[in-house]
Design a protein around this ligand. Structure first.
Ligand SMILES: Cc1cc2nc3c(=O)[nH]c(=O)nc-3n(C[C@H](O)[C@H](O)[C@H](O)COP(=O)(O)OP(=O)(O)OC[C@H]3O[C@@H](n4cnc5c(N)ncnc54)[C@H](O)[C@@H]3O)c2cc1C
Length: 385
C-alpha cells in the first residue's frame, strides 16, 4: 500500500486511537511506531487513568471498550478535601450521569489498542519518522510522539515546558474496606494524593494511587520497602483527613511503585502545512485533574471529525491542507489552555502556605460545594475535556 493519506507517528494511546479511527473512516494510514513499543516493557505501567465520557465514547466507537471495561471501574462519587477543612463532593446522580468517569488500566488500554490495530483495514506499519521526515509518502503527518517528540523539534516547534519539581508517584493498592465507587483526593501542600477506585485484584476494594510530591520525597518513597511505603501512605492520608482511615481501611500494595516527573507544557504551534500535533506532543498538564489523555483523545476525536467533514464538503482538499488543520487547532487549543490553566492555578493555590491563602482556598472549595450551578459547570468541563 503506497501513497498514504495519513502517516501517524507515535506508539502510545493517542497514536493508536488515531490510526484506528482514521482507518474506520476509510483513510489509508501508515503507522510509524517505534520498534521498542513491540517489546514487553522493562517495568509494568502501574498507572490507572481516569477517563471521561467523551474518551469512553471514542473507545466504544473503536470497539476496544467492551474488553477494556473488564479492567475498569466506574467513579460514582468524588470526595475532594482541602488542607483546612475545605470539602468538595460530586456524585453521578447529582450530575444526572450514569458515572462521573471510568478508572482504566493504562497498560491494558495500550495493549487492547495495539491488538485492535493488528486487524484494522488500511493500516500499514512503517519504520519510525527520521531526521529526513516521514518514512513514506503521506498527505498528512500526525505527530503523536508524546512530550519528548523529536519530529516536533525537527519542525522547529518550541515546547515551552515548566517543570513543577514534583513527581507523580503511582501504584496499585488493595484496601480492607470496599470503595463503593468513591474517588478520594486530598490537597495537602506540597502533596496531592488521589485514591481512584479500581476493580483489580479485588473487584470492590482496589485503588489506583496517584500521589504528587516534591522530587526528593518521590525519590525517598521509591526507595522504601513495600511495608515502609504503605506506612508512609497511611500516615499521609491520616494527616490529610483523620476520618479517612475509617472510610478506606488498611491499604496494601499490589504492584511496584513508579514515578513520573510532572510539567506543564504547550507547543507554540499545533499545525503547519502537512503536519499536525496531538496528545502530549501538543500539550502536557499536571495529572491532578486526570485530564492528559482525555485531552489527547479529544484531539483525536476532533481531528477525525474535521477531516471527515472536509472530505465531504471540500473533496479537492488533501488531508494535509493547512486550512483544514487550522479548524482542528482552533477547536482544541482553547479547551486545552483552559484545562492547563485550571490545574496549574489549583496547584499554585494549594502550594501557598500563608494563612490567608489557606483560609481562602478552603473557603473557596466549600463555597463551590454550595453553589450548585458552578459545581455542575466545573464537572461538565471535566466530563467533556
Ligand atoms: C502519574 C500520571 C497519572 C496520569 N493520570 C492520568 C489520568 O488519570 N487521566 C488522563 O487522562 N491522563 C493521565 N495522565 C496523562 C497521560 O499519561 C498522558 O497524557 C498520555 O499518556 C499521553 O498519551 P500520548 O499517546 O500523547 O503520549 P505517550 O503516552 O507519551 O506516547 C507517545 C509514544 O510515542 C513514542 N515515540 C516517541 N517518538 C517516537 C517516534 N519518533 N516514532 C514512534 N514513536 C515515538 C514514545 O516512546 C511513546 O511510547 C497521567 C500521567 C501521569 C504521569
Amino acid at each position: 500500500m503506497a501513497g498514504f493519506d495519513v502517516c501517524v507517528s507515535g506508539s502510545g494511546a493517542v497514536a493508536m486511537s488515531l490510526a484506528l479511527a482514521l482507518s474506520a473512516d476509510g483513510w489509508k494510514v501508515a503507522w510509524a511506531r517505534s520498534p521498542e513499543s513491540t517489546k514487553p516493557p522493562a517495568t509494568p505501567d502501574v498507572r490507572t487513568y481516569a477517563l471521561n465520557a467523551r474518551a469512553i465514547q471514542l473507545l466504544e466507537r473503536l470497539r476496544v471498550w467492551p474488553a477494556l471495561k473488564a479492567h475498569s471501574a466506574p467513579v460514582m462519587e468524588m470526595d475532594v478535601r482541602g488542607d483546612e477543612g475545605g470539602t468538595l463532593s460530586f456524585s453521578a446522580w447529582q450530575q444526572c450521569v450514569r458515572e462521573l468517569a471510568w478508572i482504566v488500566d493504562a497498560a491494558e488500554l495500550e495493549r487492547l489498542l495495539g491488538e485492535a490495530l493488528r486487524f484494522a483495514p488500511r493500516v500499514e506499519v512503517v519504520p519510525p519518522v527520521g531526521e529526513h521526515g516521514a518514512p513514506v509518502e503521506a498527505a498528512l503527518l500526525a505527530i503523536c510522539e508524546g512530550k519528548h517528540s523529536s519530529t516536533r523539534s525537527a519542525l522547529g516547534v518550541s515546547f515551552a515546558r515548566q517543570e513543577y519539581g514534583h513527581w507523580g508517584v503511582a501504584a496499585r493498592l488493595k484496601a480492607t474496606q470496599a470503595h463503593h465507587g468513591v474517588a478520594r483526593q486530598w490537597f495537602r501542600s506540597p502533596d496531592i494524593l488521589a485514591l481512584l477506585p479500581f476493580n483489580q485484584p479485588d473487584p470492590l476494594a482496589s485503588y489506583g494511587l496517584v500521589w504528587s510530591v516534591p522530587q526528593a520525597r518521590a525519590e525517598h518513597l521509591l526507595a522504601l520497602s513495600p511495608a515502609e511505603f504503605e506506612r508512609e501512605l497511611q500516615d499521609a492520608i491520616l494527616q490529610s483527613d483523620p476520618t479517612a482511615p475509617a472510610k478506606v481501611g488498611e491499604l496494601s500494595l499490589t504492584s511496584p511503585v513508579a514515578a513520573w516527573p510532572l510539567a506543564l507544557a504547550q507547543a507554540s504551534r499545533w499545525t503547519g502545512p502537512g503536519w499536525v500535533l496531538l496528545g502530549d506532543a501538543a500539550h502536557q498538564v499536571h495529572p491532578l485533574a486526570g485530564q492528559g489523555l482525555n485531552l489527547g483523545l479529544a484531539d483525536v476525536d476532533t481531528l477525525v471529525a474535521v477531516l471527515k467533514q472536509a472530505r465531504a464538503d471540500e473533496p479537492w482538499r488533501a488531508p494535509g491542507d493547512e486550512r483544514t488543520l487550522r479548524r482542528y487547532a482552533r477547536q482544541r487549543e482553547w479547551p486545552t489552555k483552559a484545562m492547563a490553566g485550571l490545574t496549574d492555578g489549583l496547584l499554585y493555590l494549594f502550594a501557598d502556605q500563608r494563612v490567608p491563602m489557606k483560609d481562602l482556598r478552603n473557603a473557596g472549595m466549600s463555597l463551590v460545594q454550595r453553589l450548585g450551578p458552578v459545581k455542575s459547570w466545573l464537572i461538565g468541563k471535566a466530563l467533556d475535556a
